[in-house]
Ligand binder design. Sequence first.
Ligand SMILES: Nc1ncnc2c1ncn2[C@@H]1O[C@H](COP(=O)(O)OP(=O)(O)OP(=O)(O)O)[C@@H](O)[C@H]1O
Length: 244
Amino acid sequence: MSETGDLTIRLDDLGYEAGGRAVLSGLTLQSSARRIGVVGRNGSGKSTLARLLAGLIAPSSGHISVAGHDPYRDRRAALKTIGILFQNPDHQIIFPRVAEEISFGLRQQGLDKAQASQRTEAILTSFDKLHWKDAPVTALSQGQKHLVCMMSVLAMGPRLLILDEPYAGLDIPTRRQLSRHLHRADTRLLHISHDPADLADYDQLFWLDRGTIVQQGTAAEVLRDFTAEMDRLGELDDIADLAR
Ligand SMILES: Nc1ncnc2c1ncn2[C@@H]1O[C@H](COP(=O)(O)OP(=O)(O)OP(=O)(O)O)[C@@H](O)[C@H]1O
C-alpha cells in the first residue's frame, strides 16, 4: 500500500443529522493511504461524507481532521489542502466562461488577478485546452464540463482530492480520459462511488451502508463482499428497500 503519512484523514465518532434523522453515525477511521475508496448504495451517506470531509458542512457530533486541520472550522487550511469534484458539474460551475470559472478558486486562495489568470492559462495549456479559455460553459458537453471542473480543482493544487461519483452519466471513453488525467495528478484521492469498477485498483476501501462503515480492507476484499451483497439485493423484488 502506498502511503503519504503527512496527510492523514481521521474521523472520530462522526455523526451527521438532517431532517430529524441520523444520516451518518459513529464513523471512526484513520487512513493515510494514497488512494482511498468509499463504496456504498444510493442513500448510504456517501455525498454527505464527501461534503463533511471538504468542510462544506459541519458535523452534528464527533470530529474530522485532514492533515491535522478541522476542514469546517479552518477554511483557510481546507482551501489550500482539499479539493472536491461533484457528481454534477452544473452544481459546481458558477461562471459563464471557462477561464472565469478556473480563476475563481485561485482568487479565493488569495492569488491576485494577474497570478490567477497566469495559472488559469497554464492549466488550460497543460490539458491542451487553451482554446476553451473564452468559451461559454453552456456550449460544452457534460463530459467537457466535468473536465472544466477538474481543471479548476487541480489548478488549486489540492493535496487531497475528493471525488463524489465524478463519472456518473459519462460514456466509457470520457470516463477513461478523465480518470487518466486524475491519476496523473500528484494528489491523494478519496473516491466515492457505488460502482466497484471505479475502485478496483484503490489502496484501501471503506463500505458505507445506512450511514455507518460496515467493512474496511483491501479493494479485493471489500469489493468481493460488496458485490455479493449487491447481487443478493438485486435478486429481491422489493424496490421499497431503495428508500429508508
Ligand atoms: N440536508 C438533508 N436533509 C434531509 N435529508 C438529507 C440531507 N442530506 C442528506 N439527506 C439524506 O441522507 C441520506 C444520504 O444522502 P447522501 O446524498 O449522502 O447519500 P449518497 O450515498 O451520496 O446517495 P447517492 O448515491 O444516491 O448520491 C439520503 O436518504 C438523503 O435523503
